[in-house]
Write a protein that binds this ligand. Structure first.
Ligand code: CP
Ligand code: NVA
Length: 304
């Protein structure tokens, strides 16, 4: 049966472990200049209804370096924009391509495509989740901290799609995660419920950023207004006061704290210029790892 990657709850612990190991192996081979044509003759379709720099290019270059071909489609250029039903588009694309990566607003649309496709569907970000991002982020944590067990991760900011995927990952892997979100911007109750009661031993929710970063090994933030929420930014600036990841806040974390951000970043809002430009920052490793992780994901879904 074909597999999809719509949320991190689709994965078991062993799947995560396999992807981390495999992405690191593929990175090592890439650094040695070795490219394996594992996906020769295979085609990845990308249907994106939102902007992207990293995810799109990481998927496209991953596919090319594995000997396959990517085809990028803006939703506007397809018949989807003229109301062709998702279930028809999904069935037709299944006859042309071997895998589909989608970036949409409504998560239900990705689910609808997955249900009607005979090929694997990958969530390349929806309003609800960004699973591929967190897979490469945990890979970055492993590289910099030697693992994720016993590592305290603090999320500071909006209870958004990226945060939701962190909650998913923490519930499967037992990651020590504390999320500080302002009142009114907390993690959705259905995401908390899906994590399950057992996960509440290792996942903590607060509205105090200082409390969250106290003793943290990793501090993670993301924009205060995600794609599609730009009109709300002005109102959000007040709600998120005190939530900026800057040197003052990081003084409460461990001395060797690793700061992560999925990017794009808004300097002077959720993160300060100084933190973003710090010499030993890992943001660029984090972005690079998306390509290696995307290779591992594509391989695991496309090769039977
Ligand atoms: N981090 C991330 O998903 O970036 P893009 O929006 O540029 O793909
Ligand atoms: N939360 C952000 C992530 C961008 C990669 C957004 O959805 O816009």
């Amino acid at each position: 049966m074909k597999k999809d990657l719509l949320s991190l709850l689709d994965l078991e612990r062993e799947d995560f472990e396999h992807l981390f190991k495999r992405a690191m192996k593929l990175k090592e081979r890439h650094q040695k200049g070795i490219f394996d044509s594992l996906l020769a003759g295979k085609t990845l379709g990308l249907i994106f209804d939102k902007k992207s720099t990293r995810t799109r290019i990481a998927f496209e270059t991953a596919m090319i370096q594995m000997g396959g071909h990517p085809i990028y489609m803006s939703t506007q250029d397809t018949q989807i924009s003229r109301n062709e039903p998702a279930k028809d588009t999904a069935r037709v694309l299944s006859r042309y391509i071997d895998c589909l990566a989608m970036r949409t607003f409504d998560h239900a649309l990705v689910e609808e495509f997955a249900a009607s496709s005979t090929i694997p569907v990958i969530n390349a970000l929806t309003d609800s989740f960004h699973p591929c991002q967190i897979l490469s982020d945990i890979m970055t944590v492993i590289e910099h901290k030697g693992g994720y067990k016993g590592i305290k991760i603090a999320w500071v900011g909006d209870g958004n799609n990226v945060a939701n995927s962190w909650v998913n990952a923490a519930s499967v892997l037992g990651i020590d995660l504390i999320l500080a979100c302002p009142d009114g911007h907390a993690i959705r109750q259905d995401i908390v419920d899906a994590a399950g009661a057992d996960a509440m031993d290792n996942i903590i929710f607060t509205n105090d950023p200082k409390d969250a970063v106290k003793g943290a090994d990793v501090v993670y933030t993301d924009v205060w207004a995600s794609m599609g929420e730009e009109d709300e930014l002005e109102g959000r600036l007040a709600a998120f006061e005190g939530f900026q990841v800057n040197e003052d806040l990081l003084a409460h974390a461990k001395d060797d704290v690793l700061v992560l951000h999925c990017l794009p970043a808004h300097r002077g809002e959720e993160i300060s210029e100084a933190v973003l430009e710090a010499e030993n920052s890992a943001f660029w490793d984090q972005a690079e790892n998306k390509r290696h992780m995307h290779k591992a994901i594509l391989e695991s879904l496309i090769i039977k």
